[in-house]
Design a protein around this ligand. Sequence first.
Ligand code: GLA
Length: 396
Amino acid sequence: MSIDTATGHVNFQTFSPGDMRNVRRFFAPGRVNLIGEHTDYNGGSVLPVALELGTWLTVRPRTDGVLRFFSTGFEQQVEVLVDDLSFNPNHGFANYPKGILTTLANMGVGLSGGDFFYHSNLPSGAGLSSSAAIEVVTGYAAVALAGYPLAFDELARAAQRAENEYIGVQCGIMDQFSVTLGKQNTALLLDCDSLHTEYIPLDLGDFMLVIINSNKQRSLTESAYNERRQECERALAVLQKQWTGLNFLAHLSEVQWEASQATLTEPVLRRRVRHIVTEQRRVVDAVATLKVGNLVEFGRLLNASHSSLRDDFEVSGWELDTLVAAAQGAPGCIGARMTGAGFGGCAIALVSRERVRDFRLHVTDQYAAVTGLVPSFYESGAGAGVREVTERMQNL
Ligand code: GLA
C-alpha cells in the first residue's frame, strides 16, 4: 500500500482505486463531557459538548458482499464478508464498524459491501469518544447508503447497543447522543432516563475550554467501568428496600439521601451513591450558572466534580489527579476536572484566553516533574454532530 507524501497517510485512492463519483464522505465528532460523570447509566443528567475534532469516513459502495476497512491511525486493513461480521480479536479498530453494521443488519439495514476508509484527528482511547465517533459515523453512512430512514436518537441507541452487546463495554448513552446530536456553540443537556434534550448556549466569554490529555495509557478501564456499574446496581437494590419506586440512583433526592444513611451501610456503596447524588445536583447548578454567565461558579463546580470522582467514585487515578491539581493551580484557570470514564484519559480546564500559553507551560512543567509524562493539549470549540461532508471532499 503506498503512502501519500503530502499527508503522510495512505490515501483513499490507493486503498480503493476507481471512479470517485459514487464515493461519499462523512464526519462524526468526538466529545468532552463538561459535567455529569458516571450519571448517564444511573438515569441522571449529563452536559457534553461535541468537538470539532473527529473521525472522517470515506466510503465506496460495493455489490460483491465484501466489506473492507482501513484506518490511517492504526494502519490496519481488515476484509470480511457481509454475512460474517462476527467479533474477531485480531480485527482491532474494525470491530467497531463491524459492531454497528451488525446491529443495523439486525434492524433490517443491510449493505451489499463497501470500502470504508477512516481518518481521525481524535486521540484514540483518551476518553474523547473515539469509539462512539467511529460507530456513529459508520452507522450514519450505512443508513445513508441503504437509503433507510433512521431517526438520530435511534442511530445513537443502535451505536450504544453495538458497544454493549458486540464490544462488551456496558457504557451509558451519553457519548453516542453527543456525537450524534451535537450542535455548534452549545452543550447538550441530556436527561439519560427520559432522553429529553436541551441545547445550552456555551458562551465562555473571556475564558476557553482547554482539553488536556494525561497521555497515561488507560488500563483496566473496561473492567473497572463495568465494576462501577455493578456497584451502582447493588446500591440501588439496597435503597429500593427503603424507597420503593426508585428506578435510578440519580433520582434519589438530597433529602432522601440524608435519610438513607441507616439503610446503605456498606462504605464503598455509600461513597458511590454520594457521588451520583451530588454530581446530579452539580449538573443542575452548572446549567443554571451557564445560563446566567457565572463562569467562576461554573469553574468551582468543575473542581467539586473532580474531588467527588477522585474520593467518592474513585475513577481518576494518580496521573489524572496530578494533572488536574496542576491545572487548578495554573495561571488563568478557574476550574478543572477529569472528563469521561476516567482511569487515565483527559481532563478539561476553564482558562482565561489571555493566559492559555502560561497555563500550558505551568501544567506541562508540574505534571512532567511529578509523573514523567508530557501532556498534550487540544483546543476545540463546540462543534456539530454527525453529518455528510461529501461536497467538501478534497485530496482523495
Ligand atoms: C464513558 C461511557 C459513558 C459515561 C462516561 C462516564 O465515556 O461511555 O457512557 O458513562 O464514561 O460519565
